[in-house]
Design a protein around this ligand. Sequence first.
Ligand code: NDP
Ligand code: AKG
Length: 468
Amino acid sequence: MNTRNQDFLSSVERMFDQAAELVGIPDDLRHKIKVANSTYTVRFGVRLRNKLYTFVGYRSVHSEHREPVKGGIRYSPYADQDEVEALAALMTYKCALVEAPFGGSKGALVIDPNEWEPHELERITRRFTQELAKRNLISPAQNVPAPDMGTGEREMAWMADEYKRLNPNELNTWACVTGKPVSKGGIRGRVEATGRGVQYALQEAFRHPQDIEHSGLSGTLAGKRIVVQGLGNVGYHAAQFLSQEDDALIIGVMERDGAVYDEDGIDVDGLHKHIHETGGVKGFKGFTNDSNSVLTCNCDIFIPAALEGVITKENADDIKANIIIEAANGPITFTANEMLRDRGCLIIPDLYANAGGVTVSYFEWVKNIGHIRFGRMQRRQHERQTMDMVAAVEEMTGAKFPERLLARIIQGPTELDLVRSGLDDVMREGYQVISAKWHSDPRIPDLRTAAMMIAIERIRDSYTSLGI
Ligand SMILES: NC(=O)C1=CN([C@@H]2O[C@H](COP(=O)(O)OP(=O)(O)OC[C@H]3O[C@@H](n4cnc5c(N)ncnc54)[C@H](OP(=O)(O)O)[C@@H]3O)[C@@H](O)[C@H]2O)C=CC1
Ligand SMILES: O=C(O)CCC(=O)C(=O)O
């Protein structure tokens, strides 16, 4: 039994209860929304290294008020039923909040991927996919997995390919899973999506001076001192975009084997490369064994982007960041959330902050069902129309259109442009509605409760219109 995972599930449920109380929904409906509809445990054998290994996997379906249900699959030695149920519940609330038309689900395989060779992982993943497929836990219409901790494009490609083999006559097989490589039906921008969404969320928060002042900060993202935990898919992209495009300073990075601290700003790409070459942060400029000193250092923004339960009642009082943006799912426990809130810390909650991933997964699923790349039909038409407009302006004014702007204006949007634009729109609007809700009623204590309330109201409306 893993107490961290138990605490995670109980924190999600307490956060839900607090918000449901304020929404004022009947107890029976509240209970129905809160509990997971089903959680499957699958145990399957794979013969490897001359031995039969039994693997344990989970797929929890939290709510089917909309289908398909959606959510990642993580590969982690610490996964268990409590963890997938907490993560699946968060998926339900996240999708409702950002209006991705899905119910919530999440899966896990109990495995340390570092212990296996790629060809072994492929066999294990394909067997896991067969187990999921048998139970309709992977299907374009019913349940659509995606990457999470320990998985990425490679695992999604194996899953999609296995699903295709099992269902050769289905038309929409690519839509059975998202986060695939572009060459296997994926969409440009999914790999960066969650980190990009974190960047867009922070940009929008800084367009709300009232919220930023609440945290004790002011101004823009430029020069803000940021600490990141976990330089994996989500943490790396968030850190890279915030430092390169918003001029923020990444002063600390915590990883499994220690941390890196540099007051002048860490070279994020250099560190990322170092991790890939050496397996950790040890040996990089500014390395320290004392990760706790980095967690508790003076910084403006903390981005937990690794695992759940990293800020608890034991260390919440030591955290000095003015803003915490939850790139990871569930990094702050219920009690720690209250302690941080009471001292004015602005917490941008997971169900909004890391919704960039599922948002772009939604775009990928639509692309797969539509069987056409976004922008394919209108790109050249847009270019021709803009060239006509430029010619008309030149003719009317007798002046030449500035050369430096011409190429940028004429170029029609690529798939990546459209994905980023759609994601930016979702993240901006998401923050606006949450912030407005928070400020609309003095009983609403924080952005998390506001976000949860909006999600619950939408799920309640969906259940009510279904007649349940
Ligand atoms: N991928 C996605 O699209 C989405 C992910 N999320 C959430 O974001 C979080 C990170 O996911 P993702 O980036 O995909 O996962 P990755 O596996 O790509 O990265 C996780 C990173 O955290 C590091 N890490 C693991 N344990 C610790 C630890 N104890 N202390 C410090 N660092 C640690 C890992 O190191 P190592 O490689 O050594 O294990 C790795 O660098 C998770 O909570 C996930 O649920 C949320 C929405 C979407
Ligand atoms: O992309 C998706 O469908 C889900 C991503 C995910 O697992 C998450 O948001 O936690």
